[in-house]
Write a protein that binds this ligand. Structure first.
Ligand code: SF4
Ligand code: SF4
Length: 111
């Protein structure tokens, strides 16, 4: 019996996370209103820091991008919200290049 929910979650945006720039401060975790960011537990970047991953349900609100002191986030909003099965989006770093240009609007905060 699986304990992982596969219920689709309405998702209005996504983020690209520069995990190598992350210093593991956790600020983005509490700043995310729908609480869809979670820190890795075992994975670390090349500097030895844990980093955030995205779960389904991002609203594209950009709170993470504004609070991150190291400019790790680029935020994109879907033109049309989509239902994303929970397990398939745990990587949290769906690159915009993997998305159709018609599906996102660029609203990223760049360093
Ligand atoms: S854009 Fe908003 S909802 Fe999405 S991960 Fe960042 S803080 Fe969370
Ligand atoms: S706020 Fe930025 S530096 Fe801090 S854990 Fe989140 S992504 Fe990493």
């Amino acid at each position: 019996m699986s304990t992982v929910s596969t219920k689709p979650v309405l998702t209005r945006g996504t983020v690209v996370i520069d995990v190598e720039a992350c210093k593991g401060c956790d600020l983005c975790i509490d700043a995310c209103p729908p609480r869809v960011l979670e820190m890795t537990t075992h994975d670390h970047n090349s500097r030895g820091y844990r980093y955030p991953r995205l779960r389904p349900g991002c609203t594209g609100c950009q709170a993470c991008a504004w609070i991150c002191p190291d400019f790790c986030f680029q935020v994109y909003k879907y033109v049309t919200p989509k239902e994303i099965p929970a397990p398939s989006a745990l990587s949290g770093d769906a690159a915009p290049s993997a998305l159709s240009g018609s599906q996102v609007t660029g609203e990223g905060r760049t360093a």
